[in-house]
Design a protein around this ligand. Structure first.
Ligand code: NAP
Length: 309
């Protein structure tokens, strides 16, 4: 009997990778993950193969990727972080991702589905968006068959950091500050819709770049307001200057031992980097999801940095 085609997913114990792996398993695929987090909880048990993603061992990476039907790359870092015990950054993430693409080519991977970000631009002053745009160019020039999937802000189950932690702040602070008057638009995408978009993209053959956006467009203020209402909270939502938002974020970060928000995340949200105006590929309505999650959302702060310590 011939084996089912092999799907290799980076970070299946993380956020997006977990849902991509789940979607592929539900479609009957054979799934292998490449992960930094070998000791993090594995929700799939024996249903997936687990390999380390050691970028200093390219020969092992090639073997892990050999003959794969598709590689789904979610690997990236949220910010530049210089702390010695958990140092990481965009430059290294670009270098590592480039190496991963090289290994995929050497290993004869049929297709790469690369999770990028909406509005990635090489001239961005934010290393996140610049690095993502550089990698899109590298992949386009690599000779590999590719689908570049560009999500806006991703939401879903409570392990989602951004939306969950906004909810946590709403539960714990008497007022909520929105920068830039909160008028910047967002088109959030549900993580299960994103997983389906990625799995579908793997089955096609033509090179493509897709914006993965959901059906709702909100201003930041509207989105926070919807969240507060769904959780049964009355919170004044006030416009605050960026420096105040950053200052409060830094103070909270000291208290929580995390990086709550960065200067670039504030300016990126304010400049509508999480909005595309393109046709929605996701079907899940944010408000319907909020209703189903309102009891659990934001009950626990999710410490992004703790995961890396
Ligand atoms: N979350 C969003 O709202 C959002 C919005 C737009 C685009 N994206 C993009 O979507 C993709 C998935 O995002 P996600 O939020 O689902 O991320 P995630 O699960 O937290 O991380 C994705 C992958 O990156 C690895 N990783 C993350 N931080 C790392 C670090 N500091 N050092 C080494 N490896 C690290 C994880 O490693 P492990 O193997 O250890 O899990 C995992 O393989 C990323 O490419 C991201 O840029 C996310």
């Amino acid at each position: 009997m011939t084996e089912a085609p092999l799907h290799v997913v980076t970070g299946a114990f993380g956020y997006t990778g977990r849902y991509i792996a789940g979607e592929l398993l539900a479609r009957g695929g054979r799934v292998r993950t490449l992960t930094n987090s070998l000791d993090r909880g594995n929700p799939f048990g024996d249903a997936i193969e687990v390999h380390p993603i050691y970028f200093d061992e390219p020969a092992a990476l090639v073997e892990s990727l050999r003959g794969a039907y598709a590689l789904y790359n979610t690997y990236w870092v949220r910010y530049d972080h210089k702390q010695r015990s958990a140092g990481f950054g965009y430059a290294k993430a670009v270098e590592n991702s480039r190496l991963l693409f090289d290994c995929a080519r050497t290993a004869g991977v049929r297709r790469v589905v690369h999770v990028s970000v909406a509005n990635a631009r090489v001239d961005s002053d934010w290393g996140y968006f610049r690095g993502k745009a550089l990698l899109e160019q590298e992949l386009q020039a690599s000779g590999l068959s590719y689908a570049i999937v560009r999500p806006t802000v991703i939401y879903g189950r409570p392990e989602n950091v951004l939306i969950n932690n906004i909810a946590w702040l709403l539960r714990h602070l008497p007022v909520f500050g929105v920068f830039g008057r909160g008028q910047a638009r967002l088109t959030p995408i549900h993580v299960e819709d994103l997983a389906r978009i990625c799995a579908d993209a793997a089955d096609r053959d033509t090179d493509e770049t897709l914006n993965a956006v959901g059906p709702d467009t909100f201003t930041y203020r509207e989105m926070v307001g919807e969240m507060a209402r769904a959780m049964g909270l009355r919170r004044p939502i006030l416009p605050v200057p960026d420096f105040v938002a950053l200052g409060v974020g830094k103070a909270l970060g000291l208290f929580l031992r995390d990086i709550v928000i960065t200067r670039h995340e504030i300016s990126g949200l304010r400049d509508e980097s999480m909005y595309t105006g393109t046709e929605p590929l996701g079907a899940t309505k944010f408000s319907a999801w909020l209703k189903s999650e309102s009891d659990t959302l934001g009950r626990r702060y999710l410490n992004d940095l703790d995961r890396r310590r």
